[in-house]
Design a protein around this ligand. Structure first.
Ligand SMILES: [Zn+2]
Length: 213
């Protein structure tokens, strides 16, 4: 079974997750750290718990979800895995910072490799499956484990809300269709860990999410 720890980082209140197997093999999902303090919070947790990060996964390449990629890549020697349809966002991280008016400048190029729909991500004795959920961005992924009963939904679906679709690459109809076909087909008891805000479940969103009626 996978264990999950949530951190809330950066001015966007973004959820960064560490998920690890019982042998302490870990994946970091959407590292959003934007300063030295936030970097120390996550690295201290990894050290204290003897975790061994082997995967760096991005649900999508908005700046609040990838700002800490270089820190994690350099410290643990792992390359960020992003769907290829979001590469253009990762390549323009400094433009994103300007657009949102936040003080961030990356001199390094964010290293990345493609993560495709339905790909299996091994984490020790456990695994996650990548699910392509376009709409918030073109290459948006969710990460799912049926065995552990968990879904990392990024900015596709939140507790009683959905991701915004007014940014470049966003499309409302595409997002609603993605959520219907790829997320709401999962069992009610699955816990959703979203990119912002509190944890929820598939069953709670099926009954209460005003965008999915
Ligand atoms: Zn986003």
């Amino acid at each position: 079974m996978l264990n999950v720890k949530r951190f809330i980082f950066n001015p966007f209140g973004e959820n960064t997750y560490i998920v690890w197997s019982d042998d302490n093999t870990a994946a970091i999902i959407d590292p959003g750290m934007m300063n030295d303090y936030e970097n120390s919070v996550i690295s201290n947790f990894i050290t204290t718990n003897n975790l061994r990060p082997v995967r760096l996964l991005n649900t999508h390449a908005h700046i609040d979800h990838i700002a800490g990629n270089n820190f994690i890549s350099n410290k643990y020697g792992i390359t960020a895995e992003i769907n290829i349809d979001d590469y253009y966002l990762a390549d323009h991280i400094n433009d994103q910072a300007k657009m949102f008016g936040i003080p961030y400048a990356s001199k390094e190029i964010l290293a990345k490799q493609n993560l495709s729909d339905n790909e299996t991500i091994e984490i020790g004795n456990d695994k996650l499956s990548a699910i392509h959920i376009p709409g918030h961005t073109k290459g948006h992924l969710a990460f799912y484990s049926a065995k552990s009963g968990i879904l990392f939904s990024g900015d596709a679906i939140f507790r009683m809300s959905i991701g915004r679709t007014d940014l470049p690459g966003g499309d409302y109809t595409t997002l609603i269709n993605s959520i219907d076909k790829r997320i709401m087909v999962l069992p009610d008891n699955i816990t959703i860990y979203p990119g912002h805000g509190d944890t929820t479940t598939i069953g709670f969103e099926r009954a209460n999410n005003p965008y999915l009626t």
